[in-house]
Design a protein around this ligand. Structure first.
Ligand code: SF4
Length: 453
C-alpha cells in the first residue's frame, strides 16, 4: 500500500513561517468595516469607476462614510489639518478602508493622506516650496531638464490621491487654505511644445512622465504622449510614473481601455527597440493587498517592468522591519525596489522628515536582506537641484547641527548643496542655535568650508 502524505499548500506554509510574511496578501472584505460601505460587494469595490466616484474629497465626506467611527476629537483635528496642509484631500475608498480607524492617530495610511492639525511642526528655516529647483531648470513649461540625457515631463498636476508629503505640493491638486497654486489638467497644445523642445534636444534619451499621476490621463492621452515621445528618434526610454498601483489597483484590473493603451505603447516601444516602463510608489506594507497582487500579475504578464520609489517618512516606513517587509513584498510582486528618498525639504512636512543618519542606518539594515538587484538605493535628492546622491556620499556631515554638505560634480560642477535634518530631532542646544538666523548662517557656512577642505 502506498503511503500518502498530506502536502501543505504553499499558502498554508506562508502563513506559518514569519520569514515568509511578505507572501501574505490581505484578501478579506476590509471595506465592509466602513459603515457606509458595509453592503458594497466585491465586484463593486473592484470597479475603477466605483472607486473614483466614491473617492473622498472633503472632511464632511470622511464624517459621512465613517459614521460612529469618526470621533469628534479626530474630526476636529482633521479640520485643523486642512487649515494647515498645502495639499487638498483626495483618497480612494481602497486606501481609506485600509486605515485602522480605531487607531487613526497612528495609522501610516491616515498619516499620508489625511493630515491632522496636531501633527504639524514649525517649518525648518531652510525649507523651500520648490526644494528640487524643478522650476529653475525648466526650459519650457511642464518640463524639467537637469541631467543631459534625462528630462522630467509633468503633463498634468492631478492625482487619484493627494499625498501630504508631496514634493510638488506647490502645484499639485489645486489651491488650499494655505497655498495658492497654478494646478493644470491635460493640455495637448502645451504637450506639443514639450515634444518640439525634445525633438531639438538630441542628447535626451530618457523621459519620466510624472506629474501629477499618469492614472489621471485618459487612455487616448496616455497613448498620444507615449507614441509622440517614442517617435522622437533619440528617445530610448520612457517611464510612466504613477502612485496608482499602490493606491488604486482597480484601475489596472478593471479599466481595460486604459490598460490596453499602456500595453499598446509598450508594444510600440518594443517594435522600435525602446523601453516603456512604469514607476510606482508603495510607501509601506499596509498598502499592499491581494488587489495589488492582481494588478501586478496583469502588468507582469503583459511584460511591463514596474519599479518602486518610496519616500522615507517618520511613522510610516522608518522602521527596519517595515522597510525590509516593504522591500520583500514589492520584490515578490515582481516590482523592482528602486529608490528610497530622503524626504524633501518642502513645506508642511517637518513631522515626516528623518535625519540623514536614520536614512544611512536604514540602508545598512535593509542591504543584504534580499538579492542586491532587489534592494533599493537610499538617496538624497539634493535641495537646489544637484540631483539624486547616495545617502552616504555626502562630503561633510555636522550631525550635531544636522547639516550635510554635498557635491554633484557632473550635474552642477563646482557647486555645493546642503541638506538639513529636522530641528526637533537635534539636541536642545542645537535647536536653540537654529533659532538665531545669524548663528544658523554661520553653522551652514562652517559646514560648507569643512566640506571644501
Ligand atoms: S501621487 Fe505623487 S504627485 Fe500626486 S500627490 Fe502623491 S506624491 Fe504628489
Amino acid at each position: 500500500m502506498v503511503e500518502t502524505h498530506k502536502v501543505e499548500s504553499i499558502n498554508e506554509l506562508n502563513k506559518k513561517l514569519p520569514e515568509l510574511e511578505h507572501r501574505n496578501f490581505r484578501d478579506d472584505d476590509f471595506w465592509k468595516s466602513i459603515p457606509a460601505w458595509s453592503q458594497v460587494t466585491r465586484e463593486e469595490f473592484g470597479d475603477h469607476l466605483w472607486q473614483q466616484k466614491n473617492s473622498i474629497r472633503k472632511i464632511d465626506q470622511v464624517k459621512k462614510v465613517l459614521g460612529d467611527l469618526a470621533t469628534p476629537e479626530l474630526m476636529a483635528d482633521m479640520e485643523d489639518g486642512q487649515r494647515k496642509t498645502p495639499m487638498n484631500i483626495r483618497i480612494t475608498p481602497y486606501i481609506f478602508s485600509l486605515i485602522d480607524w480605531k487607531n487613526a492617530w497612528d495609522d501610516p495610511l491616515r498619516k499620508q493622506f489625511l493630515p491632522l492639525g496636531s501633527q504639524f511642526l514649525p517649518e525648518h528655516p531652510q525649507h523651500m516650496s520648490d526644494s528640487l529647483s524643478e522650476d529653475e531648470d525648466s526650459p519650457v513649461s511642464m518640463l524639467t531638464h537637469r541631467y543631459p540625457d534625462k528630462v522630467l515631463f509633468l503633463p498634468t498636476t492631478l492625482c487619484p490621491v493627494y499625498c501630504s508629503y508631496c514634493t510638488r505640493s506647490r502645484i499639485i491638486g489645486g489651491s488650499t487654505e494655505s497655498v495658492d497654486k497654478s494646478s493644470y489638467g491635460a493640455n495637448q497644445k502645451k504637450w506639443d511644445e514639450v515634444f518640439d523642445y525634445l525633438r531639438k534636444s538630441p542628447l535626451v534619451e530618457d523621459v519620466v512622465i510624472s506629474g501629477g499621476d499618469s492614472f489621471m490621463l485618459t487612455a487616448a492621452q496616455l497613448k498620444y504622449i507615449g507614441e509622440s515621445l517614442l517617435k522622437i528618434p533619440h528617445i530610448r526610454r520612457i517611464r510612466y510614473a504613477t502612485k496608482g498601483i499602490a493606491i488604486f489597483p482597480m484601475k489596472i484590473t478593471s479599466d481595460n481601455a486604459w490598460f490596453e493603451a499602456l500595453k499598446d505603447v509598450h508594444k510600440y516601444g518594443l517594435s522600435l527597440g525602446k523601453q516603456v516602463v512604469v514607476h510606482t510608489h508603495f510607501s509601506c506594507p499596509k498598502e499592499i493587498t491581494h488587489w495589488s497582487q492582481l494588478a501586478m500579475e496583469k502588468l507582469f504578464r503583459a511584460g511591463i517592468i514596474v519599479r518602486n520609489q518610496a519616500v522615507l517618512q517618520h511613522g510610516v516606513n522608518n522602521d527596519v522591519s517595515d522597510m525590509v517587509l516593504l522591500t520583500r513584498q514589492v520584490g515578490y510582486l515582481n516590482i523592482q525596489p528602486y529608490y528610497v528618498y530622503m524626504h524633501d525639504m518642502v513645506p508642511g512636512c517637518e513631522h515626516f522628515r528623518t535625519t540623514l543618519r536614520e536614512g544611512i542606518e536604514l540602508e545598512k539594515a535593509v542591504r543584504g536582506t534580499t538579492a542586491g538587484f532587489h534592494t533599493p538605493t537610499f538617496v538624497c535628492d539634493l535641495p537646489g537641484g544637484g540631483g539624486k546622491r547616495h545617502v552616504a556620499s555626502y562630503e561633510y556631515y555636522d550631525e550635531e547641527n544636522g547639516i550635510s554638505v554635498w557635491k554633484a560634480p557632473y550635474v552642477k560642477p563646482g557647486e555645493v548643496f546642503t541638506y538639513v535634518d529636522p530641528i526637533h530631532r537635534l539636541s536642545p542646544e542645537a535647536q536653540k542655535r537654529w533659532q538665531d538666523p545669524e548663528t544658523a548662517k554661520k553653522m551652514i557656512a562652517d559646514a560648507i568650508a569643512k566640506a571644501k577642505d
